[in-house]
Design a protein. Structure first.
Length: 338
């Protein structure tokens, strides 16, 4: 195909089709997306795996017995170190459905807990990302378009959140709400609910979305098509929804995988500190905490969720970079401070 034909074809294709074509040509981004989808599908299969293995990953089974290579083996083996007191969880059997990754200190199947924990971690990270994008976009649009006192008030509120270190603010909010939950009028979120870490993580990252959106809206506010709509008397809400919001859609899309990665790390940190996901529920952070005391005897209990977190965050960041390059190769979306 000649260069002129290629140029004509590009002109006839829409911007979304061109962006998707650029993304498909990015092998690293597509490979990362494939790995992440495999992780998601594996975590979604958690109930099926637990039913197939015949285990309850949330109940202690200290007296359970399994068969490995035809030999009956207790899940909690008597300790052979020191005075021989206590018990050591069984190590990995590498047999699917039969304590594949071994047991934790409560006799629970680590593989089943890893899948259930990943399901909760992904759900919390995804819900917190949606919460952050909704609140951050609303704040950025309102502040950037209306300006004046509205912009001043919202910007100062964002500055207050921005001034706190992320983890310090998240830990402080978690400690305050973990005991009694959140009560807003008729809405009551109990202390053990998974919605608590969703709301906390969603709040602390709002400035990281709202400030870039506000900057883009300020630029669009002075563009010719917006000024023309204002002079024609078009209502402000209609200008926001039909003229400005479509122009920031690509930025919001790029934020999704990057925020997912950050939220997953934050959730794992809070859960590791026992102020995130609460028992009997599990997440990758809580499983790492469970395996902390077994690092010298059964290190895989802590290593498996740690590897899962690192792999998920890495592929999300690589895919986010590829998505950014595909949607707008000239833009560089950064979540860090400038």
């Amino acid at each position: 195909m000649s260069n002129e034909a290629v140029a004509v074809q590009r002109r006839t294709r829409g911007p979304w089709a061109l962006a998707f074509a650029r993304l498909r040509r990015n092998r690293a981004a597509m490979a990362s997306l494939s790995v992440f989808l495999i992780i998601v599908l594996a975590c979604l299969s958690a109930p099926l795996y637990a039913r197939w293995a015949g285990v309850d990953p949330f109940t202690s089974t200290l007296d359970a017995v399994i068969h490995v290579d035809g030999v009956e083996v207790p899940v909690m083996e008597p300790s052979t170190e020191g005075l021989g007191l206590g018990y050591t969880p069984i190590g990995p059997t590498w047999e699917p459905g039969n304590y594949f990754l071994g047991s934790d200190n409560q006799g629970r199947d680590v593989m089943a807990r890893l899948l259930y924990g990943g399901l909760n971690s992904l759900m919390i990270a995804g819900a917190a990302t949606i919460f952050t994008l909704i609140i951050g976009t609303a704040a950025g649009l309102t502040a950037g378009y209306f300006g004046g006192l509205t912009d001043t008030v919202l910007s100062r509120l964002l500055d207050v959140l921005w001034a706190f270190p992320i983890y310090l603010l998240a830990i402080s909010l978690s400690i305050v709400t973990i005991a009694q939950g959140i009560s807003i009028g008729p809405i009551l979120i109990e202390s053990g609910s998974l919605w608590l870490p969703v709301i906390i993580i969603g709040i602390v990252y709002v400035p990281y979305v709202a400030r870039p959106i506000r900057g883009q809206v300020l630029s669009l506010r002075n563009s010719e098509f917006v000024l023309a709509a204002i002079n024609l008397g078009v209502p402000g809400w209609r200008i926001l929804l039909r003229d400005i919001q479509p122009n920031i859609t690509t930025t919001l899309i790029v934020f999704v995988p990057l925020m997912m990665a950050l939220n997953m790390l934050t959730e794992s940190a809070l859960s590791f500190l026992s102020i995130g996901v609460q028992p009997p529920a599990a997440s990758w952070g809580t499983i790492i905490q469970d395996g902390q005391a077994l690092l010298y005897t059964r290190p895989l209990v802590a290593l498996a969720p740690g590897i899962a977190i690192a792999l998920s965050v890495m592929v999300l960041n690589v895919f986010g970079d590829g998505l950014r390059d595909a949607l707008d190769p000239r833009s560089k979306v950064q979540l860090g401070r400038t």
